[in-house]
Design a protein around this ligand. Structure first.
Ligand code: F6R
Length: 614
């Protein structure tokens, strides 16, 4: 997804802006652009393509100036070409904008502007927005800061924007439903406004997490000026943030995705550390403890999420219903937001999101909040929009995830959901002390069992080579492994572009079995759980139709090893924890297949790290 950054201060803006674009690179983008102000004129450079080429083109003649904006674009309105790339300059030539998000009512605003004589160079909603701001200011004769507030009041959508006024040598920033932070330099002499804190490392550790609908005016050496929605002055809250420098380096790994797969033992520990003790037999997820009464009385828990986080929600449903006996429903956030869902103040609404910025999930929360449900947020990104919108919640502590395909964020979400299910079960008295102790003891073994699975990397790589030219794949699982079949298929299609589908194993005989022939690889999650015998029968059905079976089995399995074409042996664990282990070989399989196919694993086509548009 697009990333935006602005700088104003005493340093050369260009290198700082380029550093910001470097930090956003992992999000996925199709064009980039920079504007600075040199001798009172805009110096505008745009490029449709990769950042490395843009840097090379501008190396010998870098744009000069101490104020500027930059943008990496993921096309929404208009083709991914130079014309539509940001920054966009207003009709009068005085203002420039970088914009992340969508202006939903841009066509009606554009019509009004055209009637008033404005002309447009691009097809973007962003160019409409900057002209709308200019139009409001020329009509109202108010300050630019107030005019931005008035203009945004008439804009429908979710966005973050930075506006540069070249006459005032100042930046203006505002956000709604998309994160924007301000790095504050010493004595307020310089400011970096950015989509997230990653570009701030090395510059400043003082940060303002902007509130929705506030409009900031930032000029070097001047006090930070902040207006709220009602045009009243507010005081900014400046906080310290901790840098996570190691996260943006690949180290010895070829790709961030592989590095993050290997970081899972640590991510799992980090997500349960301090929240449970196997020896003493307790679990304490802050948010759950705080809302104990409400959760105990909850008629229903409703999960809403997208993509991989939605798959984690399905695991959560399995765990909570199994352990705590509370009814759970799992919703696609994008569907929930447009229905008339039956939800009220006796329900608990759990939103799961790695980025905490997903537009559909944010909209679903708004709806559930409106209906008075308690909102529990499970996010990885600290200070994100969803974490701030929630009444209570838990951070997953997986560390920054850079690879577009989510891996360690998923396993840490599942750990939080496991703790949630166990804590609710404990409140309900569903588990004896001995049962709880032994479950938690096994949870503590999971990181070392994941380490063991990672040692199978070379073996998985060989299997990947055999199937890397396949056109289709099926993934099958039952019970808690069904969401893992979905997740395995999603990982594969995202990064290798092979068509893949996940199904509950028994469901294939109701249709998908028609697809099976000697060219169809079928990955079957066949660990030794309660449905083991059924899974054996499912594998036989596939083999009878000449399908190729790659089975994920437990160590020492002899039955499936006899019938499957390939078996990947993973350690045994409790059925509850099967998802945490069985997902790992599927992540490795998708990764190696993509590498064998020569795909761009960390920046797959058309994808973006956080989907801040509908
Ligand atoms: C898949 C993937 C996406 C995200 C989805 C939700 O690898 O990364 O499917 O899981 O876009 O994103 P978050 O969790 O940030 O809300």
């Amino acid at each position: 997804m697009s990333g935006i950054i602005g700088y104003v201060g005493k340093k050369e803006a260009y290198p700082i802006l380029i550093h910001g674009l470097n930090c956003f690179e992992f999000r996925g983008y199709d064009s980039v652009g920079v504007v600075t102000v040199d001798k009172n004129e805009f110096e505008l450079r745009k490029f449709a393509g990769k950042l490395a080429e843009f840097k090379e083109k501008n190396e010998a003649n870098q744009p000069k100036g101490n104020i500027g904006l930059a943008h990496s674009r993921w096309a929404t309105h208009g083709m991914a070409d130079e014309n539509n790339a940001h920054p966009h300059v207003s009709y009068s030539g005085r203002l420039a904008i970088v914009h992340k998000g969508i202006v939903e009512n841009y066509s009606s605003l554009k019509e009004k502007l055209i009637k008033d004589g404005f002309e447009f160079k691009s097809d973007t909603d962003s160019e409409v927005l900057i002209n709308w701001i200019e139009h409001i200011q020329s009509k109202s004769q108010k300050s630019l800061q107030e005019s931005i507030q008035i203009a945004l009041n008439q804009v429908v959508g979710a966005y973050s924007i930075i506006v540069l006024d070249k006459e005032e040598n100042a930046l203006y920033a505002a956000r709604k439903g998309a994160q924007l932070v301000i790095g504050v330099g010493a004595e307020e002499e310089e400011f970096i406004i950015t989509t997230d804190t990653s570009p701030l490392g090395g510059y400043t550790s003082q940060v303002i997490y902007m509130e929705e609908e506030d409009v900031y005016r930032l000029a070097p050496g001047e006090k930070i000026n902040l207006l709220n929605l009602d045009n009243l002055q507010k005081s900014p809250v400046i906080e310290e943030f901790e840098e996570e420098l190691h996260a943006i380096e690949k180290g010895d790994f070829d790709h961030f995705m592989l590095k993050e797969i290997y970081e899972q033992p640590k991510a799992i520990i980090d997500s349960y550390r301090g929240r449970m003790s196997a020896v003493e037999g307790w679990i304490k997820l802050g948010g759950i403890t705080e809302y104990r009464n409400k959760l105990n009385k909850a008629k229903r828990i409703v999960f809403a999420a997208c993509g991989t986080s939605w798959h984690a929600s399905l695991v959560g449903k399995y765990l909570i219903e199994e352990l705590a006996g509370i009814q759970v429903s799992v919703e696609y956030a994008s569907e929930f937001r447009y229905r008339k869902p039956v939800i009220g103040n006796e329900d608990v609404f759990v939103a799961i999101s790695q980025s905490g910025e997903t537009a559909d999930t944010i909209a679903a929360i708004e709806l559930a909040k409106h209906k008075q449900a308690l909102i529990y947020g499970i996010c990885n990104s600290v200070g994100s929009t969803i974490s701030k919108m929630s009444h209570a919640g838990s951070y997953t502590h997986a560390g920054q995830e850079i690879g577009i395909a989510s891996t360690k964020a998923f396993t840490s979400q599942v750990v939080i959901l496991t703790l949630m299910a166990l804590q609710l079960a404990d409140y309900k008295g569903n588990l004896s002390k001995t049962q709880l102790n032994s479950i938690l003891y096994e949870l503590e073994q999971i990181p070392s069992k994941v380490e063991e699975i990672l040692k199978l990397d070379a073996e998985v790589k060989k299997i990947a080579k055999v199937y890397h030219q396949a056109n289709n794949f099926l993934f099958l699982g039952r019970g808690a492994n069904y969401p893992i079949a979905l997740e395995g298929a999603l990982k594969l299609k995202e990064i290798s572009y092979i068509h893949a589908e996940g199904y509950p194993a028994a469901e294939i005989k109701h249709g998908p079995i028609a697809l099976i022939d000697e060219n169809m690889p079928v990955v079957v999650l066949a660990t030794n759980d309660s449905a083991y015998d059924k899974i054996v029968s499912n594998i036989q059905e596939i083999k009878a139709r000449k399908g190729k079976v790659i089975a994920i089995v437990n160590k020492g399995d002899t039955v499936i090893k006899e019938i499957a074409d390939h078996s990947i042996e993973i350690p045994k664990t409790l059925e509850l924890f099967a998802p945490l282990l069985s997902v790992v070989p599927l992540q490795l399989l998708a990764y190696h297949i993509a590498v064998w196919r020569g795909a761009d694993v960390d920046s797959p086509r058309n994808l973006t790290k956080s989907v801040t548009v509908e």
